[in-house]
Design a binder for this molecule. Structure first.
Ligand code: NCD
Length: 303
């Protein structure tokens, strides 16, 4: 039985296969519409979500399966004091696969040790978010037609943003990747992530100036300041509008820049950018459903 806790739980070849299947689903969805008949996905979201939970649910429905679950800890027995392990053992009696999001780093890993069905980490604290990374890889593959030879700007909350940690982790496997890490001093990329980049031979530079390297970027990945992970509101208020990407800031950017964002956006991309042909963040949302369809098939071992 497979679990997906960290993006490295999948080999590079497996990721390539998932991308291939996702592209095939986009081409001919009817071929897949009954693949998960009589299968149930449980979405256990102990933390808020719009895209991740609904794309998992839409993915399972489009595969002909069913979904059960909860969208907040307060509506589950967690509010009565039940442990994650007991919740997981229970839900395993009702479902074939579980997608789980939790505010505590490592909770999906703990859950996977007790689970009788495959567990997918749908985000654990400021740690990992492997299915967002699969979404990002499919987006890059479709929009840039390659996963090698890329200069990627990551901008915003690089300290608490789990999507950027997972993406960096995944890109270690591709050739000639360079990261430009753009953040205020207080929200810099954690040391453990930088050490891994160094060990993996990935080049990176750190800056707090979004315009300084914008002309070199193939991808600009914007992120929200992660309010829920801050220790005090004052720091959040001071940092929340540090970067606001607008048309002026994009003036020197390449014509084929791909602007990504895992969403939700708060203020970090001005809505005037939405009509720019380089804005890919809503396409990215759509890709998320197809790669999750491919992932569900893989984890249930359905051909
Ligand atoms: C991200 C997350 O939950 O980490 N959203 C998502 O899953 N698409 C990013 C965020 O919340 O800022």
């Amino acid at each position: 039985m497979r679990n997906l806790i960290d993006i490295k739980d999948l080999s590079k070849t497996e990721i390539e296969e998932l991308i291939k299947v996702a592209k095939d689903i986009m081409q001919r969805p009817e071929k897949y519409s009954e693949k998960c008949k009589h299968k149930k996905l449980a979405t256990l979201f102990f933390e808020p979500s719009t895209r991740t939970r609904l794309s998992f649910e839409a993915a399972m429905i489009e595969l002909g399966g069913n979904v059960i679950g909860f969208s907040s800890a307060s509506s589950s027995s967690t509010s009565k004091g039940e442990s994650v392990s007991d919740t997981i053992r229970t839900v395993g009696c009702y479902s074939d696969i579980i997608a789980m999001r939790h505010p505590k780093e490592g909770a999906p890993l703990v859950a996977s040790n007790k689970s009788t069905v495959p567990i997918i980490n749908a985000g654990d604290g400021g740690h990992n978010h492997p299915t967002q990374t699969l979404t990002d890889l499919l987006t890059i593959s479709c929009e840039k037609k390659r996963l090698d030879n890329l200069t990627i700007g990551l901008c915003g909350d690089l300290k608490f943003g789990r999507t950027v940690h997972s993406l960096i982790n995944a890109m270690e496997r591709y050739k000639n990747i360079k990261f430009v890490l753009i953040s205020p001093e207080e929200l810099k990329t954690p040391e453990y992530v930088k050490i891994k980049m160094e060990e993996g031979g990935i080049k990176y530079i750190e800056t707090n100036d979004i315009e300084k390297y914008i002309d070199e970027l193939d991808i600009l990945y914007m992120t929200r300041v992660q309010r829920e992970r801050f220790f005090n509101e004052e720091d959040y208020l001071r940092l929340k509008d540090y970067y606001i990407l607008n048309k002026d800031k994009l003036e020197k950017a390449k014509d084929d820049l791909c602007i990504m964002h895992p969403l939700p956006r708060v203020n970090e991309i001005s809505t005037e950018v939405d009509d720019d042909p380089r804005a890919c963040y809503f396409k990215q949302v759509a890709y998320g459903k197809y790669i999750r369809m491919a992932l569900i098939l893989k984890m249930l071992d359905i051909k």
